[in-house]
Design a protein. Structure first.
Length: 552
């Protein structure tokens, strides 16, 4: 008599890192050839848990080294608690729990939330990673999502048309330390939207369809040059994480050799203790060279591989790419090309980063940025700031966009000469550059015009640096005008709308006498005059708004 498992097959779909273009994990999908086993699994928790265990066993037969994602219904986890069948299957397959992410999917509505959270904590305590699946197309309550504290949130691609919702989810993920993934990506436009929204991972037919055999070959659209050029200061190491090849610290040299020779794409192996903490790092070339030396195999094959390893170099998941480079620079020169292990708060390995990925991304960023520098001030042009504005908008971040120029600059050039005018522009540029940080970006539009993007609470230091200083050219005093538009989250859709709302504030600032500064807020009429007095030459005044300032 045929069992229902005889007609059950599994398919593997890659989960892709949108920054590196590599496969970060494989999701295992049940594909019954007859009947509707998945509908039964939704009603029968024992069956659903058995399906998850079968998925792990199928992956073990395929001998893939990539991290795995398995699916369970929320009701299954609430009913069965720790998913004993899944845990046994992972152990029997020789995989480590933290190499497996459990995708908890809808429906959530009638699931006992307390039991679900207890099941999640049991899995997390055993080392498994948790993903909230089907967000945006399912019924997961926002409060429950916050209580789950997942390591990964998967959004349905249909949500990409609702930018405000995606920004809100991105903010929630950032504050909880979760990664954001988009599933069901079918077009390059959706891929671009996922990147713009700040998603680190994605999966869908665009990259690779589900297949019977695991694959590391995927199609990823090239990141546009403009997006590569203007990365935020200090990109997160999470953008570059690759899956790690892990073996127990007791593994023999022969076990490591088999792994490396069977997987040419693996550049090294991390030996981890029972808790998943890296204890030794085995680099591919040095290890194989030692074994290929005369008597090398006889000497080392049956001995612990740790003898041929080095102390691992590690960084936390919150590190930036620049911090990884610091770790590499401080180490031995012979290990400059070794992978760096990325560990979570408990010290457990979540993946590795390769120096080549970091150098390529940061070099492209610096080359493109250098090409756009203004030759007079060596500050980036307006594109640098406007791209960053769009990034902050996508992240749901409040910001202040300011325009600054020198009053009567044509008269400065005519009276003091162009050399004095150029030196004045350079001086203003240097003053702005000294204020630059992760919370404040400066661009030189051209001539005597500058554009500044800042957190609203950085406006005080900005104004002090340029408005409180004394400026002169050819011995004659010069004043500056500053216009600022404060944009709360969601108040503008992109940099173009912000620039359009900033334009009348420029005119208002230029209409004032002396050092001037006007400040408005997107979505509100009028503005506040913070510096300057009304002109006395009969020029018409723009109505002002009195009261509390929009930002301090």
């Amino acid at each position: 008599m045929r069992s229902w498992t005889d007609s059950l097959r599994f398919a593997f779909q890659p989960v892709v890192n949108l920054t590196t273009g590599t496969v970060a994990a494989l999701e295992i999908l049940a594909r019954p050839e007859h009947g509707d086993v998945l509908a039964r699994a939704r009603r029968e928790p024992e069956l659903d848990g058995h399906l998850a265990a079968l998925a792990i066993r199928d992956a073990a037969r395929r001998e893939t080294l990539l991290p795995l994602h398995v699916n369970v219904f929320a009701g299954t986890l609430a009913d069965l608690g720790d998913l004993a069948a899944l845990r046994d299957a992972v152990r029997a397959a020789g995989r480590l729990p933290w190499e497996v992410t459990v995708d908890v999917g809808p429906p959530f509505t009638h699931v006992p939330h307390r039991a679900l959270l207890e099941g999640v904590e049991a899995l997390r305590g055993a080392g498994f990673r948790i993903c909230a699946d089907g967000v945006g197309d399912g019924d997961v309550p926002l409060r429950l999502l916050d209580d789950l504290a997942p390591d990964l949130v998967k959004l349905d691609a249909s949500l990409l048309t609702r930018a405000a919702s995606v920004r809100a989810m991105r903010t929630l993920c950032e504050e909880s330390g979760a990664l954001l993934a988009v599933e069901g990506v079918e077009t390059e436009r959706q891929c671009a939207a996922a990147r713009d929204a700040g998603a680190q991972l994605a999966q869908g037919e665009l990259f690779a369809p589900p297949a019977r055999l695991p694959t590391s070959e995927v199609y990823v659209p090239e990141l546009p040059a403009a997006a590569r050029a203007f990365r935020p200061v200090g990109p997160s190491v999470r953008e570059f994480v690759r899956p790690a090849a892990l073996l127990p610290e007791s593994a023999s040299a022969e076990q490591v050799r088999k792994l490396l020779t069977g997987a040419p794409e693996v550049s090294g192996v991390l030996l981890v203790d029972a808790a998943g903490v890296p204890v030794r790092s085995v680099q591919r070339d040095r290890f194989l060279l030692s074994l290929s030396a005369r008597y090398g195999h006889a000497l080392y094959a049956d001995r612990p591989a740790a003898r041929l390893g080095d102390l691992p170099r590690t960084v936390g998941v919150a590190a930036t790419a620049w911090e990884v480079l610091d770790v590499v620079a401080d180490g031995e020169r012979s290990r400059a090309a070794d992978d760096v292990a990325v560990v979570d708060d408990g010290g457990r390995c979540v993946g590795v980063v390769r120096l080549a990925d970091l150098v390529r991304a940061l070099a492209e960023s610096r080359v493109e940025e250098a090409a756009g520098l203004n030759p007079l001030t060596r500050l980036p042009g307006s594109d640098a700031v406007t791209c960053e504005v769009d990034r902050w908008v996508a992240q749901g971040r409040a910001f202040a966009l300011s325009w600054l120029d020198i009053d009567g600059f044509k008269q400065v050039n005519d009276g003091a000469g162009f050399a004095a005018g150029d030196e004045l522009i350079r001086s203003v540029g240097r003053a702005l550059a000294r204020t630059e940080s992760e919370a404040l970006r400066v661009g030189h539009i051209g001539g005597d015009d500058f554009l500044v993007l800042a957190d609203p609470d950085r406006l005080g230091p900005l104004a002090a640096a340029v408005l409180d200083a004394s400026w002169s050219a050819g011995g004659c005093p010069v004043t500056l005008s500053l216009a600022t538009l404060v944009c709360p989250p969601g108040s503008v859709p992109d940099h173009r709308r912000a620039a359009a709302r900033l334009a009348p504030l420029k005119q208002a600032a230029k209409a004032l006498s002396g050092v001037s500064w006007v400040c408005g807020q997107a979505g509100r009429e009028g503005y506040e005059v913070r510096r300057g007095t009304a002109a006395t030459d009969g020029a018409s005044a723009v109505p002002t708004r009195q009261g509390a300032s929009p930002a301090s």
